[in-house]
Write a new protein. Structure first.
Lengths: 139, 176
């Protein structure tokens, strides 16, 4: 099956924006937490920044492989103040859940395109695991 | 008066107002329910942002969600959305029909103030426009005369409106 490349590239650009926004959110989150909360969450959110950046990069490479240049459009203002671990995790869960849904939404549009399909499936499994992990922490 | 300080305290930010409007718009087709992905598309922002912003709107009691993460305006949110739409409509009509501001500019400017103007101001604008279309012969004349009024600022830069500072001139600086 031949996929409509322009539309797929747009999908990928949107996914990349989700990942990079999440990266920026987690980056700020590390400085919104204080005290014992900070100690507990710092590693988690640092990992979050690393992973989201890795994912964004993987998506950018897919876009390049399709012969396009990644286009980024984000409108983000992070003004959140101090917060606690529970709140921070709830936000992270929300963001990760949306990323997972976004990958799932793209899957049917790349089905049949082996490389892209494999990539999206892999992302779905990674994100699913991530969502479950955070949900467990919030239980 | 330090009205500008109220901007921070203003309960409904412009962003929040547009989220409510987007939920309203998207929900029209689905009995009021909207998906985060559709709201994101409507607002042209990421789903992550929408979901985080929705948390704040939910805390304020403007939106409700179900177990499938579908979103709906609460009765309070519904009222807030309607108030914003009404204010936008009245300002836009005033700008385009009374002041003869071009349609596109009227759309942009009414969007900017839709969440900020007060209820009394909105209501007075409605009354004023109702007066203009009331059939009162003077009202008709006022509208017609204004349309054909060719304003010339006096050399002296002083007039009954500007009191020494030519406001038109100063407004033009904004377009620099
Ligand atoms: Zn607006």
């Amino acid at each position: 099956m031949k996929t409509d490349r322009t539309e797929v590239v747009e999908d990928l650009n949107r996914l990349m924006a989700e990942e990079l926004e999440a990266f920026l959110r987690y980056f700020q989150m590390r400085y919104r937490l204080r005290g014992v909360d900070r100690l507990a969450a710092d590693k988690l959110f640092e990992e979050g920044t690393r992973e989201t950046l890795e994912h964004a990069e993987a998506i950018a490479k897919q876009i390049r492989a399709l012969g396009h240049v990644p286009q980024l459009k984000i409108e983000l203002e992070l003004r959140g103040g101090r917060t606690n671990l529970q709140e921070a995790l709830a936000e992270m869960l929300e963001v990760e859940r949306q990323a997972l849904d976004a990958y799932k939404e793209v899957l049917p549009r790349v089905t049949g395109d082996t490389m892209l399909e494999d990539f999206i499936r892999k992302q779905i499994s990674v994100e699913t695991e991530h969502v479950q992990e955070i949900a467990t922490l919030l239980e | 008066m330090e009205t500008w300080k109220e901007f921070e305290a203003n309960e409904l930010t412009h962003s929040a107002a547009h989220h409510l409007l987007a939920i309203y718009e998207v929900g029209l087709e689905y009995g009021g329910w909207a998906r985060v992905s559709d709201i994101a598309r409507e607002l042209n922002i990421t789903r992550g942002s929408v979901s985080i912003n929705l948390r704040a709107l939910k805390k304020r009691g403007w939106v409700e969600t179900d177990e499938h993460h579908m979103v709906k305006l609460s009765p309070k949110g519904q009222k807030a959305a309607q108030a914003v739409m009404a204010k936008k409509a009245v300002v836009k009509t005033f700008l385009s029909s009374v002041l003869n501001v071009p349609e596109l500019q009227a759309e942009i400017d009414s969007c900017k103030v839709e969440h900020l103007i007060s209820q009394p101001t909105g209501e007075q604008l409605v009354h004023f426009m109702r007066f203009l279309v009331s059939g009162d012969p003077l009202a008709k004349q006022v509208l017609a005369r204004f349309k054909n009024f060719h304003d010339q600022c006096p050399e002296s830069k002083t007039c009954e409106v500007c009191h020494g500072h030519c406001l038109i001139e100063e407004l033009q600086h904004a377009g620099l």
